[in-house]
Design a protein around this ligand. Structure first.
Ligand SMILES: Cc1cc2nc3c(=O)[nH]c(=O)nc-3n(C[C@H](O)[C@H](O)[C@H](O)COP(=O)(O)OP(=O)(O)OC[C@H]3O[C@@H](n4cnc5c(N)ncnc54)[C@H](O)[C@@H]3O)c2cc1C
Length: 488
């Protein structure tokens, strides 16, 4: 076996948001720390082919779309020349930004004296990891604690082979330097919908193919239905209850997709230029050689202690982020990183934060955001509740902003309040600034605030946030009329 090159207190495998947070916090706490990532650029999925490119392109594509609506500007006295898109320039700027942010990650790690290795890590023993670079036999690093932050990868669909040319992953879609005339997406979850918006805004004819009868299974049904209408009004086509059977390229370089209509049980043909497969993600463990130390993927799903982030078989191995059960979100990875480091420092369990209801945002325009229970969840859990809904069209601040042309669905904020104790149980929003409105709702839900608590707080005027208070007041008002909106 190759000699051990270094011994650390903590080795972090993977440098996405989870790994980065774990490595910096570990080193700040005085632990001798190293981090290894197989990618040349640090930042993980989040930075390289996830949230950062998707949000950047969403913003750019939205501005491009807005600039097409020149009459909106002319009504307000601004005359614009026709906007023209150069996707290659847009991609070059995006790449530069990702590289810049990757360097920020690197310099932060060096500031905190974290040793960074570039290569693929694989277990040799429970405390030793081999780091292989370009297939060459590598360095052996030993650590007292090993934090596994290797993230996730896309789920493939049998019969629909991803060639990253006409059938693509979300990573490839986000790096396309042209706009396909017909862009179809398999899967109507948040990643699929956000990328649908990008290409729809840039001018593709976008079709979402979803095997369920509604998009975004984890969304409140009213919000999901409003979102679908909103995106339809912007030109996106939805084929629901429809399953992709296979996809084949023909001689004319067109993709022929066979679809099954689940209701009629009949196949039909669908043509497009690019098909993106977006049916979910799964933990990425394949390069880590966990079987070498007697671990299985199941151990990462079922056998992780929520207090300490430790594997039950090997408490010094701590999986965090997408590689663990639960929502695949950067904030979960960062919170679990803190928990893992705190548990090392306190050599035991630590106080857990409330992960039950992470805030969610779909960054279409207007944005769709939610936290806490959906109405379906409250009904199925037999929790009595009442709703209050405020429309932004009645909000003064909203009326001072640039109007949007293609908002077929009036923006709203819906607050769900427990009938017994008036606790804020869920908040669901459609608004261009929904991501910025969500934290107050998130605070109310995770701290268990009541509608009375929220109504005691002074909100700035005029502000969009006043609609949260208004919807909360409406929900309280229905408490006096228990027959209205109360479902048991
Ligand atoms: C298109 C898209 C949009 C998204 N948008 C959002 C969003 O808006 N908000 C949000 O919160 N989340 C979003 N996510 C999810 C978010 O990116 C992930 O939840 C987050 O990146 C998980 O962080 P992580 O640290 O667990 O892993 P990752 O960010 O995936 O990082 C893992 C790193 O480990 C490396 N690695 C894996 N195996 C090894 C090995 N054996 N040796 C060395 N290195 C290894 C990988 O190459 C990678 O660099 C989005 C994801 C996608 C795909």
């Amino acid at each position: 076996m190759t000699d051990i090159v270094a011994v650390y207190d903590v080795l972090v495998v993977g440098c996405g948001p989870g790994g980065f947070a774990a490595a910096t916090q570990s080193s700040q706490a005085g632990l001798h720390t190293a981090c290894v990532d197989q990618r040349a650029s640090l930042g993980g999925t989040y930075l390289v082919d996830g949230a950062v490119p998707s949000k950047t392109l969403l913003d750019e594509s939205y501005f491009y779309r807005l600039l097409q609506q020149r009459e909106l500007f002319e009504q307000r006295g601004v005359r614009l020349p026709p906007a023209r898109l150069n996707m290659q320039v847009a991609q070059a700027a995006l790449k530069q930004n990702i590289e810049r942010l990757g360097k920020v990650y690197k310099s932060e790690l060096s500031k905190y004296n974290v040793t960074v290795y570039n290569g693929t890590a694989a277990f040799k023993t429970p405390h030793r990891v081999e780091i292989v670079q370009h297939g060459e036999s590598g360095l052996i690093v030993e650590a007292k604690y090993i934090i596994v932050a290797t993230g996730s990868t896309i789920i493939q669909c049998p019969g629909v082979a991803i060639d990253e040319a006409m059938v693509v992953s979300s990573s490839k879609a986000l790096s396309l330097d042209y706009v396909p005339p017909r862009f179809s997406i398999m899967g109507g979850g948040t990643i699929g919908l956000e990328i649908a918006c990008i290409f729809n805004n840039f001018g593709s004819r976008v079709t979402i193919i979803e095997s369920q009868s509604e998009i975004c299974q984890n969304m409140d049904a009213e919000l999901a239905s409003a979102t679908k209408r909103l995106l339809q009004s912007q030109g996106i086509v939805f084929l629901l209850d429809t399953r992709v059977q296979c996809a084949e390229r023909d001689a004319a370089a067109q993709l022929n997709v066979t679809l099954l209509d689940k209701r009629s049980k009949k196949n039909f043909a669908h043509q497009c230029d690019v098909l993106m497969v977006s049916i979910g993600r799964r933990p990425l463990l394949e390069h880590l050689n966990i079987s070498m130390i007697g671990l299985s993927e199941q151990d990462f799903v079922e056998n992780v202690d929520e207090q300490t982030q430790s594997l039950s078989k090997f408490p010094h191995i701590k999986p965090i982020g997408d590689v663990t059960l639960g929502p695949m979100l950067a904030l979960k990875a960062e919170q679990q990183a803190s928990r893992a480091i705190q548990s090392i420092l306190s050599a035991g369990s630590v106080e857990t934060s409330n992960f039950n209801f992470p805030p969610n945002v779909l960054y279409c325009q207007p944005q769709v955001a939610w936290v806490g229970y959906t109405e379906q969840q409250l009904v199925s859990s037999h929790i009595p509740y009442q709703t209050g809904k405020a429309f932004f069209s009645q909000n003064i601040r909203y009326n001072t902003l640039m109007p949007q042309k293609d908002t077929a669905v009036p923006g709203f904020i819906k607050v769900l309040v427990g009938s017994r104790d008036l606790k804020i149980l869920g908040v669901h929003i459609i608004n261009s600034d929904a991501n910025e409105l969500l934290p107050q709702a998130s605070m109310a839900v995770s701290l268990g605030l009541t509608a009375h608590d929220v109504c005691k707080v002074a909100f700035p005027h005029p502000s969009l946030s006043e609609s949260f208070k208004q919807a909360t007041q409406f929900a309280m008002a229905t408490a006096a009329l228990p027959s209205i909106n109360v479902r048991e």
